[in-house]
Design a protein around this ligand. Structure first.
Ligand code: AHM
Ligand code: MG
Length: 286
């Protein structure tokens, strides 16, 4: 990895125990909304500020964008990497104490950028333990991140060359069922016959189940919102990069998320990721 990319990934890993440790006192709502019009929690704002401060300080990072802030920060000489984060993915799970994540994308192009410009992507999963999955150069590694006695973070590889199991077993689909389009509902009925439901309401937790057991995760197009809910730069692209690097496939319903045009930093997209056969079947019905 180039030094700057390594430093970005390590910075997020080092921040992970801190982010986790800071959650318990930050479950209340703030009066603020993010760029997508969602009410922010104190934890969203705090994790965003912590990551922004550290990631913008890295040499070789020229742009920083976050799901929790409207504007892209210009933070270094142009021509460097653009870093995107969803500081706390699934933060509505904080109220019910369920899993959440942090999502990272490193693009070698100015934002908004197509997913094919990603040079690395990663996510942290705050589950019963803290894990981090990093994709780079077609390889995916899973780490456990732990706090040391000195208060620093240690990242230990627990699974190298992660690939989706060939025999898929789980699915998780977001959005209200009556709001699904007919074509997605037809696809879902098919999948429900074959796989078992695992849905936790945090993309990172749900995608990590797909990476572990094989299957398909979707936050689909909806009748009320054809563009879906998840954001291309912060969520769709990085997760597609991880899943494709692990031998799976991604789609926005028509093409790989990594090939989708990026017009706006906060644009939304339907997200479908999982085993290749399951994504091909979805695309053939759409
Ligand atoms: P967030 O980044 O604002 O937390 O929103 C994204 C989350 C995803 O993690 C998850 O897949 C989806 O929203 C769940 O939405 P819903 O609560 O509508 O099922
Ligand atoms: Mg999110």
């Amino acid at each position: 990895m180039s030094d700057a990319v390594t430093e970005v990934v390590e910075t997020v890993a080092r921040a992970a125990p801190e982010v986790r440790g800071g959650l318990s006192g930050r479950r209340r709502k703030t009066d603020a909304e993010n760029a997508s019009g969602e009410t922010q929690l104190a934890a969203d704002v705090w994790a965003d500020e912590l990551l922004a401060e550290r990631l913008t300080a890295i040499d070789g990072v020229s742009q920083f964008a976050s799901e929790e802030r409207e504007d892209v920060l210009e933070c270094g000489e142009s021509g460097g990497y653009a870093v995107t984060v969803d500081p706390l993915d699934g933060s509505s799970n904080l109220k019910s104490n369920n899993s959440m994540g942090t999502v990272l994308g490193v693009y070698d192009a100015e934002l908004p950028a197509k997913g094919s410009h990603l040079v690395a992507a990663a996510y942290v999963l705050y589950g019963p333990i803290t894990t981090m999955v990093v994709a780079r150069d077609g390889e995916v590694t899973e780490y456990v991140v732990e706090e040391t006695d000195e208060g620093t973070a240690e990242r230990r590889a627990v699974r190298e060359d992660v690939t989706l199991p060939d025999d898929p077993t789980v699915y998780g689909f977001g959005g209200r069922v009556p709001d699904w389009t007919d074509r997605f509902a037809d696809y879902a009925r098919d999948v429900e016959d074959e796989l078992k439901l695992r849905y936790g309401g945090a993309m990172i937790g749900d995608v990590n189940q797909v990476l572990t057991y094989g299957g398909v995760f979707a936050y689909p197009e909806l009748e009320s919102r054809p563009e879906g809910k998840l954001r291309l730069q912060f969520e769709g692209n990085p997760i597609a990069y991880v899943v494709e690097s692990a031998g799976g496939a991604s789609s926005n319903g028509e093409e790989s998320l990594l090939d989708a045009e990026a017009d706006e930093v906060h644009q939304r997209t339907p997200v479908y990721v999982g085993n290749e056969e399951l994504i091909e079947r979805l695309e053939s019905r759409f």
